[in-house]
Design a protein around this ligand. Structure first.
Ligand SMILES: Cc1cc2nc3c(=O)[nH]c(=O)nc-3n(C[C@H](O)[C@H](O)[C@H](O)COP(=O)(O)OP(=O)(O)OC[C@H]3O[C@@H](n4cnc5c(N)ncnc54)[C@H](O)[C@@H]3O)c2cc1C
Ligand code: FES
Length: 339
């Protein structure tokens, strides 16, 4: 079975008798790219109401559980939802994308880090309240071939996006190791859930307030040699470092990125980042529809936020580029501000 990929090459996906779709084994040697693009989602997203059925503080974050069977019953680990925020008269036009942390019984959970207006509104929701949601969005993590030992690496609330994957892999009989890190103890996330499915399980904090002192990269360097696939979610510099360690050891990795998103459905090109295709050429891939899961060795982390000159179409993009603000084009009002 073959499906087109926006990264420039076909995604080869094998359908198992169980109906599950997995990637074929990745050759362990050679100089080519290790990871294949994540396969497209099997189910299109739907829009509708979700009812908050649970809210609880989880260290520095808030875990919300929402009832939305149309989404929860078809979501796969690595996918996300996009919430309308601020209520029916909100001036916050953009939806907020949040990774799905767990599913079950027609419900899904998310972990929200209250930072600015939208996420603070989300974290303040109480059971019984309803909000509009679109999902599941994006491509899920591809599952490894049977018997592959895996390493999960989560940073901050990014660890929540690995909880469903860890449980699924354990239920399929995979050996699962995990490293979960954060700046300090309060910003660690999903420790209980991931420690229940992973061994070894290592916690790190930058300030030493819990687990080993330092970044996740220390234990990842120790454990990656025993893994056949690495899955990571967290801040971009962490993803870059983990992908590099995996690639150096010729272990395929998949990273779930968190690029700023406006539309969330592939229309606006806000969320693009440079990704190497099967033909060796780089293109802007949309993290909302071509991701958020990408093969770690295909993302050009050092060039994220830039327009690399060798990118397919870079010349044309430079021609149409105009400065965001100039006397002739005054800065647009921020979302929610009165013009
Ligand atoms: C795939 C994905 C998964 C995520 N998972 C989580 C999660 O599990 N938990 C969590 O707390 N957060 C998550 N986020 C981040 C979340 O979407 C919000 O960006 C974050 O919570 C800050 O939102 P805010 O409302 O507090 O900030 P605000 O400043 O009020 O709003 C930020 C909004 O502006 C948008 N924005 C910012 N910069 C730009 C730009 N240059 N162009 C266009 N739009 C822009 C953002 O996308 C967001 O919609 C995820 C993001 C992505 C893309
Ligand atoms: S957020 Fe609009 S294309 Fe990805």
């Amino acid at each position: 079975m073959s499906t087109p990929a926006a990264e420039g090459g076909p995604t080869r996906v094998v359908q198992l008798p169980s109906g599950e779709r997995v990637l074929p084994p990745v050759p362990g040697s050679g100089s080519g790219l290790l990871g294949q693009p994540a396969p497209p989602a099997e189910h299109p997203p739907v829009q509708g109401p979700a009812v908050v059925v649970g809210s609880r503080p989880v260290s520095a974050y808030t875990e919300l559980t929402l009832e939305a069977p149309d989404i929860a019953d078809v979501a796969r680990p690595g996918q996300f939802v996009a919430f309308a925020v601020g209520g029916p008269t909100s001036a916050m036009l953009l939806r907020r994308s949040i990774a799905i942390a767990g599913v079950g019984g027609g419900r899904f959970s998310v972990v929200v880090s209250a930072r600015a207006a939208g996420s603070t509104w989300l974290a303040g929701l109480r059971p019984g309240e309803e909000l509009d949601v679109v999902g599941p969005l994006g491509r899920p993590f591809p599952l490894p071939p049977e018997g592959t030992p895996v390493l999960l690496v989560g940073g901050g609330y990014g660890a929540a996006a690995l909880v469903g994957l860890g449980g699924l892999l354990r239920s399929r009989g995979h050996e699962v190791a995990a490293v979960v890190g954060a700046g300090d103890q309060a910003r660690l996330c999903s420790v209980e859930e991931l420690s229940a499915v992973a061994a070894p399980f290592v916690v790190t904090t930058d300030d030493g307030s819990a687990g080993r002192t330092g970044r996740v990269t220390g234990p990842v360097a120790e454990l990656v040699g025993g893994a056949g696939a690495v899955y990571a979610c967290g801040p971009m510099p962490m993803l870059a470092a983990v992908a590099k360690l995996a690639t150096e050891r010729r272990v395929p990795s998949w990273v779930a990125v968190e690029e700023s998103m406006a539309c969330g459905v592939g229309v606006c090109m806000t969320c693009v980042l440079p990704v190497v295709g099967a033909d060796g050429r780089s293109r802007f891939a949309r993290s909302c529809t071509d991701g958020p899961v990408f093969a770690g060795d295909r993302v050009r982390f050092a060039d994220v936020g830039t327009l690399p000159p060798d990118l397919v179409g870079a010349d044309a993009m430079q021609l149409v580029h105009t400065p965001a603000a100039s006397p002739a084009h005054p800065t647009a009002p921020r979302e929610g501000e009165t013009p």
